[in-house]
Design a protein. Structure first.
Lengths: 113, 110
């Protein structure tokens, strides 16, 4: 029972390159989220998916796209990476309709040069 | 609009001293408040939620609706409490979203 798994854990990109962060959960949760964590800014929501087949923008969606591939997987794509997207990215899940506990992945540290 | 404010970015206390991490919020309606903790090299995890009204690792937090606060307290800090602490808010008005504060980095000095 891995919970929430993110890949890759570390990535270095050059400006303009693209990449996809993968998130998979085995908790049978409906809702999935992508956050970014920056010093002094806390956690900011990029996109979320309340259920399979739906996605919604969060606080900082510009420069990102997401795909809710199925109930288990929620990917975050950077089409043309920028230095401002250097951050630690966290995937999280919880049950739909339950404003309770969020379960987080270990994080993915992305550096854009 | 929903907002969570943690006024202290950094907080240092000596081992055995009391610690209080402040959290204030703005929300229309009945919020659910949480404290999440991130220990070094570990993932974020729930420390406690106001609805549970329980003490975890010696920490407590009381929701004060009059002052719109949810401060985290512990009477005697331990070295293992050193971590990053985030206050978070959710509720029916947030559309299933969670709003986090900017975090407080707590260091307990031996």
């Amino acid at each position: 029972n891995a919970g929430v798994t993110q890949t890759p854990k570390f990535q270095v990109l050059k400006t303009g390159q693209s990449m996809t962060l993968q998130c998979a959960q085995d908790m049978n949760h409906n809702s999935m989220y992508w956050y970014r964590q920056d010093p002094g800014m806390g956690l900011r929501l990029i996109y979320y998916s309340a259920s399979e087949g739906t996605t919604d923008k969060g606080e900082v969606p510009n420069g990102y796209n997401v795909s809710r591939l199925n109930k288990r997987e929620f990917s975050l794509r950077l089409e043309s990476a920028a230095p401002s997207q250097t951050s630690v990215y966290f995937c999280a899940t919880n049950r739909r309709g339950d404003t309770g506990e969020l379960f987080f992945g270990e994080g993915s540290r992305l550096t854009v040069l | 609009a929903q907002r969570v404010t943690q006024p202290e970015k950094l907080l240092s206390v000596f081992k055995g001293a009391p610690v209080e991490l402040k959290c204030n919020y703005s929300y229309s309606g009945s919020p659910e408040l949480f404290w999440y903790v991130q220990y070094s090299r570990q993932r974020l995890q729930l420390l406690l939620r106001h609805i549970s009204r329980e003490s975890i690792k010696g920490f407590t937090a009381d929701l004060n609706k009059g002052e719109t606060s949810f401060h985290l307290k512990k009477p005697f800090a331990q070295e293992e409490d050193s971590a990053m602490y985030y206050c978070a808010l959710s509720g029916r008005n947030t559309g299933n979203q969670f709003y986090f504060g900017t975090g407080t980095s707590l260091t307990v000095i031996p």
